[in-house]
Design a protein around this ligand. Structure first.
Ligand code: NAD
Length: 419
């Protein structure tokens, strides 16, 4: 038992055990690679609109400082606890190392149900959370970004709060900011675009024509909506989409730009169409070519994995597949091509890295350059994963994580015990 113990952290530990066994890492070295360097819990009191005071619990976990500052998103959701945040920080480390970024992983979050707070209260909470984090973060210590429940506006409040404390504008303290405040072109779309780009690559490997292929998307926030839009632009029909309010299904293909406008205006896909309403429980097992889970972790368990009817499983969300489901997918490797989360959704942190570099240099790139460089990094990491999986005869997730863990381990071994 540790302070982090819980279903999501246990899953990260379990996955690491598989990799550590594969890499034959000695037992006494494992804790040093796996356990987070630092974690902080803070109380965030805010004035509610009715004049009362409410207190929310916030967290930040920094996994390791071996390769540079830590980097990771901030999640505002009712599921958030220190164990979930620690697991997400660990996955972020393997992801950054896999794609070759000079970062360790971090993650943060606040336990809050956003449907119960107003925009003014959200601003108060965002500012108070960043204020509490000031002693622990910095452009060369730990750089925040958006995740579930946070967006460009929240990043702007974070950046403004940190800058007020410093007495100068420090854009490089967070990424995923609005372009008007030091953000980069192409960041909003980066994660979803990367998911779609890699899915298209796999369709090519499988000789499936995108023009006659179908896709199903779970989650219609930042990642899910832009993955859907990009896949539709590649010619795929998006036959089903779900979010926390329900699901829509249209065998002829949903109108994704119209659905994005609706979700932008109303905060969800609810009310878009009564005729197309569908059972969200069935969305993951619908027959399709590309399935993109882009919402929560642990939605694909062993039973769902047995019943998947997709050709490509493109993991937009972090940790959507349980270790038990991985065992099933290992047996079904020839039927379902897995693009594991740490590769599939890494376009987000890759472009966050570009944003940080641009902010540090005050030299900004065109969107075409951002996206071209993003895809080049994704292609290189994809090739690397595939070669490793074939050479060692291991599943894609094991190969991707092994590359990440190996890089962190090598750097730790030449530096010593500090980072
Ligand atoms: P978001 O808050 O923008 O969207 C989340 C979506 O999931 C919403 O549409 C919400 O309604 C939906 N959802 C929530 N619970 C659901 C449920 N039970 N069933 C179906 N849908 C549900 O979040 P996001 O930034 O798009 O993040 C989604 C996932 O992608 C998370 O796992 C996150 O960690 C991961 N991720 C995000 C980024 C990024 O750049 N934003 C990068 C890498 C990974």
């Amino acid at each position: 038992m540790t302070v982090y113990s819980g279903p999501v952290f246990d899953m990260a530990v379990n996955q690491f055990g598989v990799i550590a066994n594969h890499l034959e890492i000695p037992m006494d070295e494992r804790g040093r690679i796996l356990m987070p360097k630092r974690a902080v819990t803070v109380s965030c009191p805010i004035h509610r609109d009715d004049g009362t005071v409410a207190v929310f619990e916030g967290y930040r976990v920094q996994h390791h400082l071996t390769l540079g500052p830590t980097k990771g998103g901030t999640r505002f959701a009712p599921s958030v606890d220190i164990g979930e945040v620690a697991a997400l920080a660990i996955w972020m480390s393997w992801k950054c190392a896999l794609v070759g970024l000079p970062y360790g992983g971090a993650k943060g979050g606040v336990n809050v149900d956003l449907s119960t707070i107003s925009k003014r209260e959200l601003e108060g909470l965002s500012r108070r959370y960043m204020q509490e984090m000031i002693p622990f973060v910095g452009p060369h210590t730990d750089v925040m970004a958006p995740d579930m429940g946070t967006n460009e506006q929240v990043m702007a409040w974070f950046m403004d709060t940190y800058s007020m404390y410093q007495g100068q504008t420090v854009t490089e303290i967070v990424t995923g900011k609005p372009v008007s405040s030091g953000g980069t072109l192409g960041r909003r779309e980066a994660t979803g675009r990367g998911v779609a780009y890699l899915a298209k690559r796999v369709l090519k490997e499988l000789s499936i024509n995108p023009g006659s292929a179908t896709a199903v998307i779970q989650g219609f926030g930042n990642v899910g909506s832009y993955a859907a839009l990009e896949l539709q632009q590649y010619g795929l029909k998006i036959i089903a989409v779900s979010d926390h309010t329900g699901a829509l299904h249209d065998p002829n293909g949903l109108d994704i730009p119209a659905l994005m406008r609706h979700a932008g205006a109303h905060g969800s896909i609810a009310g878009f169409s009564n005729e197309l309403t569908f059972d969200p429980e069935q969305i993951l097992t619908l027959p399709c070519d590309v399935l993109v889970p882009a919402a929560m972790e642990r939605v694909i368990d062993a039973t769902v994995a047995e019943n998947l009817k997709c050709r490509v499983l493109a993991e937009g969300a972090n940790g959507p597949t349980t270790p038990e489901a991985d065992l099933v997918l290992e047996k079904r490797q020839d039927e379902v091509f897995l693009i594991p989360d740490i590769l599939c959704n890494s376009g987000g942190v890759v472009v966050s890295y570009f944003e940080w570099v641009q902010d540090l240099q005050q030299l900004f790139w065109e969107e075409e350059e951002v996206t071209r460089r993003e895809y080049a990094i994704l292609d290189r990491a994809f090739d690397h994963m595939l070669q490793r999986a074939k050479a060692d005869k291991i599943p894609h997730r094991t190969a991707a994580m092994a590359i990440g863990v190996e890089k962190v381990r090598a750097a730790k071994n030449v530096r010593g015990l500090f980072p």
